[in-house]
Design a protein around this ligand. Sequence first.
Ligand SMILES: [Zn+2]
Ligand SMILES: [Zn+2]
Length: 456
Amino acid sequence: MKLLYWFSLILFTAHSTNSQQSVDQLINPELPSLLEMYRFLHANPEISYQEERTSAFIAKELRSLGFEVTERVGKYAEPHRISYGVVGIMKNGNGPTVLVRTDLDALPLEERTGLQYASKLRTKNDEGEEVSVMHACGHDIHMTSFIGTARILTKLKNRWHGTLIMIGQPSEERGAGARAMLNDNLYTRFGRPDYVLALHDNASLEAGKIGLCEGYALASVTSVNITVYGVGGHGAYPQTTKDPIVLASQIVLALQTIVSRENSPLDPAVVTVGAIHGGTKHNIIPDEVQMKLTVRAYKEEVRKHILSSINRICDGIAQAANVPADRMPVVKVDETEFTPSTYNNPELTHRLTATFESVLGKENVVKLDPVMGGEDFGIFSIDNTIPLCIFWLGAVDPLKIEKSKKDGTPLPSLHSSQFAPMSEPTIRTGIKTMTSAVLELMKSRDERILRDSFGE
Ligand SMILES: [Zn+2]
Ligand SMILES: [Zn+2]
């Protein structure tokens, strides 16, 4: 028995090293055309809700690899919008169904990277204003890694079994695309996955490295609009008015006590008032003030508590000021752009950590803290009933990180007009990790039997 164990261990180790070599060997010849694709996607970005050409590009690439492709998948809450979701299916015998997602959209931002292939494009936003467009969140890196992964997996069909679903998701930056695709019966039309995977580039992690975060990884994002009504009048006679600017100021400060006084310090949460607008002139007390808030939390009960507290505080402050009953503040939660928190299934995250360590070396796989940023990717887990994992892909030149640590030079963050990922090692690592993640989850039966034989 012992002998058999060691024999299979040697066989397995040799096999997995060879496998990795073959993934590397398969990536090398693809890289020049993929880097060219990256530069093209980078120079041709489209903002959320407008990903028509980008989605057609991804659909064409998947189709050329033999995927069964459906375009324009998705239904937004606003019926006039077209959803540019792409679904590519590759069936390869019996086995699990794995979904790999890339996002497609860019941001309304003027690029200031100075790169040769920098975007110079301009477009019209929802309000009809002309805006610049830039892939400042690295979704072009995601798409290139995604196509690279699809190319390698189609060449390695003898190494995996099951159904691979590769989707291009629109409008991530508006928190609307994932929900739109599910609203269009994504899982009933194309199959419910057993695992859901994505990667996101990271603006403070070295290219060549991968970061994982187990459990809650990104926060839920809730946009809240508040209108504080008053009774306007002359600035010199405040006694004849109900001043909404004073009320709004009290509300802003009171809102800060929700997280600090009502919420457990062990449950992360943020309430930020990001916009406040009211009034026109020095000596006029206006009739109303508008406020825009973002609320972040991991746990749903924390989010619900914060939202009910916002209502209670607004009402309480208006009542204390004796605002007429028909002029009470109105609090509206913008449900169309709400995204739940992203929870990385711990078991799946452990499994992928081990896979990435064997592929990249332990030193290149780091554990990262959760962030209060948001993503709509978590929606694909259907309330965490499907194991999901999104991992961070290092995108920064290691020399720049070293310099930043030494002299404090700030690194451009995601959504910065100067964010310029180090394309080659980042895309290579993106393909290597996503390919190995899919192979791990869909590996051939003989490999599974081999692993089972030594108790994994
Ligand atoms: Zn973003
Ligand atoms: Zn992003």
